[in-house]
Write a new protein. Sequence first.
Length: 491
Amino acid sequence: AHSMVQLSLGLGPPEQEGRALGRLRALQENFARAYCELFQPSVLWGAGLEPGDAPMAELQRDLDGHILKVAASAVHLGVFAELALAAEFYLERALEGPSAGRRVPPVVLPVMLCRVVCTILVSSFATQDASSALLQRHFRLLMPDLLSVLLTFFEVLAARQHCEDIEDYFAASPAALDAFAALSAIGLWSLFSEAVPGRVVSLLLGMPRVLADPALFARLVLSLLSRPLEPALAGAYEALAPGDRAAFWQQVAARGKLCCLAPAEAKRAVEEWLSVSAEAEGPGFDMGALQVAATETAVDSLINRCLAELPDSLRDCPPPPTQREAVGAVAPTCTAVESGGSEEVAMGLSLLGLPALPGQAPRLAAADGRSGQRRGVSREEVARIRGIDPQQAPEELRCAIDGKLLGTPVRSPHGHMFEKATLELWLERCGSVCPVTNLALRMEDCVRDKSVERQVVEWVRAEKAQHKERAQARRLQKAQGAQQVDAGDLC
């Protein structure tokens, strides 16, 4: 081994260096293969040898299903839209720089958002069922918000790429590019003109560090497979060293799932796009999966460290709205209607002493002034009713875009049911196409369905009654148990 190291460092005869490097690499690959066979036996990836065995592929399907269920709950609670808004808020501050005694805020929120988006979309690609289609439509609906976060992230990276305090953002770049690739797979380039996504690509092409890193470069290429080849990308590939080219192809195979591609398909697609042939990786173990795992571990460590530092970093945040009035800043307000009139109430993140997030929609607390009996029930009202899980509603009572319970249902000419406000937002952001069929669709073509609206009300009432019955049964069972304990004490 000592002789091999000497030869690999150029300390031996030149004619033996190539052979020594090959032997050293084979030794490393044998260690890697032995490690994976020890902790991830290949038998787990096959069909179980004994009854009741659970191969890794089956466990992965179960995990994907669980991820999609959790994601559906997050959609009902509006988690992703709020997380994107919070991430944009922090990135806007980072773009301003650490002036006036403030440091660049932690990168934890954008990284967490990117990791969540990638995890959910990859699971939806693997599952390909009704729930995965709903989640993909939901992320297409949020595409402008998510793309704005990515654009601001890379603007911060480009503006401060030579500063010492930007290393965390470079460490988080794989997660951001993963999200960019996953969004490209669900229609990023078809939903937008090339202005905004093209701005992201221009920023990345202007950073030599991104083009020289095989992992980042591979993710960027996967994001652009549906676009014409940029000359700068072809030149960047030619500039890679042979070892970096091998690492590039390993990363392409390992991250192809971001674009719903198997490893071999991802390699073939990139070969055709770059008009090159994949570098021969030689016999032995494929290191791409280990490199991706190491990158994800590094990002996990970054998230944990940022979360530990988060309370201190919040001290650098702008003052709350009541203090900002002294410097002329005005916080967003909402109108709260009371018995004696209306008053303006500042909207802020009171627990953290932060102002309202930019672009946050006003929350109106106005009373409903309509007279007569109401037939419909809004989504907000359902969310406040205890014991009702909107995810348990029949499919015909849920919006075909986000899967939420219908409040104001409208039916399209193609027979699909949508929440009116959600469909309006879809048509505004994604164009005049049906979210399900991709056929032409206008809001004027859809009609409100009063029958489904009544069915929603009936379902809510039935669920509320069942919840009351279950609660009463639990109280009765608890009381009977207490009586039995008392009788035992008397005996």
